[in-house]
Structure formats: structure tokens, C-alpha cells
Design a binder for this molecule. Sequence first.
Ligand code: 5RP
Length: 217
Amino acid sequence: MNADQLKQQAALAALTHVEEDSVLGIGTGSTVDLFIDALAAQKLRIRGAVSSSERSTTRLKRHGIDVLDLNTTGELDLYIDGADESDRHRRLIKGGGGALTREKIVAAASRRFICIADESKLVGVLGKFPLPVEVIPMARSYVARQLVALGGQPVYREGFVTDNGNQILDVHGLSIVDPVTMESEINQLAGVVTVGLFARRPADLLILGSPNGVQTI
Ligand code: 5RP
């Protein structure tokens, strides 16, 4: 099975957790794209979705799914999103697609967070995937120096602007043995908008597509 088939497996398994009349939070990425397509195909009646990116908004609207403003919905029933890495505690690295800030907001505003991915995303220790950090443009070099002091090698994601008008540093070379502490430390740097560690609010369920079938953690 190829990676897309494994992602599809996870996306379909997540559909079984969606209840009628619920309001969903929708993440961003190729796995979420498959989830959106499967949701639309199943024609389950949901009240609508809060989207974490312009990319997902476009796809949801194309399928005729109502995209709602988080300021009007209250707490969301369920958030579905992918990840770049997950450990066995469902602590994640996210932001490969650059949507980390809105993803973190929607995750925080949701009662339940289900992460969907192919099995290659499961790791022992987070950090092989470069950790994305969204920064206010004028703070980029300052934040980069602080990230070096924390042991990382930040690389400016050139030519990329987030949906919020900011920039991304991808931090290489980290071995994140204490993701909760690192998330707090990086969050506190002046000029950081969001760090792509989702450890203080991990996923509640991780659904992994694998050649042996779906695994849940
Ligand atoms: C976007 C993300 C995505 O969830 C992450 O990059 C995984 O994407 P994919 O499903 O394409 O592997 O965090 O900001």
C-alpha cells in the first residue's frame, strides 16, 4: 500500500467518530484533504466546520460544507487534523503545511482532537521532522538566535507567508525529550506566534493507517 492509501484508511476510520449535527474543526494537509472528500461523499449531515486554513476552506466550500466562524460556534465537538510526527503519548509536531497557528487555536477550542496519519509519522522521540515556528517578520532573526541557544538550527522557510501574514522558521537538529517544556519555552520568546509542538494539548486519539490495518493509540 502506498502512503496515500494509508492516509485514506486513517481518514475513513476517523469518519466513524463524526456525529450528525456536530460542528467539526478541520485541520490542514493531504490527509485532511482525504478526510474532507470522504466526509462530503458520505453525506452525513453536520452543522458545519471551522477551518484551520485557506486551503481547507476552499476544499470544504467546494463540497458545499458550511464554513463557520469560530467566534460564533462556541466549543467544537471534534477536531480532525494530520501531523508531521507523533509520539506514543499523541504529542505532535505540526506545521509542515504552515497552518500551525490556526490549527492550534481550533484544537484548543475543541472537546475532542483526533489525529489522522499514516504509520510513518509515529516516532519514538519528536524532532527528526524540523519543528515549525511561526514568527512575526521583524522578530525572525532574534527568534532564530534564541532557537540556536536552545540547541536547534533554524532555517527560514523562504518565500512562504502564513495565512496570518507571518513567516516560518523550521528548526532542525532537535531531540525533543520533554515536548511540554519545550513548547512553553519557545512560546514565551518575544515574536513567536506559535510553535508547532502540540504537547500541552495533545491529540486524544491517534489513528494510523498501516498495511496491517488501522492502528489506534
Ligand atoms: C499543516 C499540518 C499538517 O497536518 C501536517 O503537515 C501533515 O500533513 P499531511 O497530512 O499532508 O502529511 O500540520 O500545517
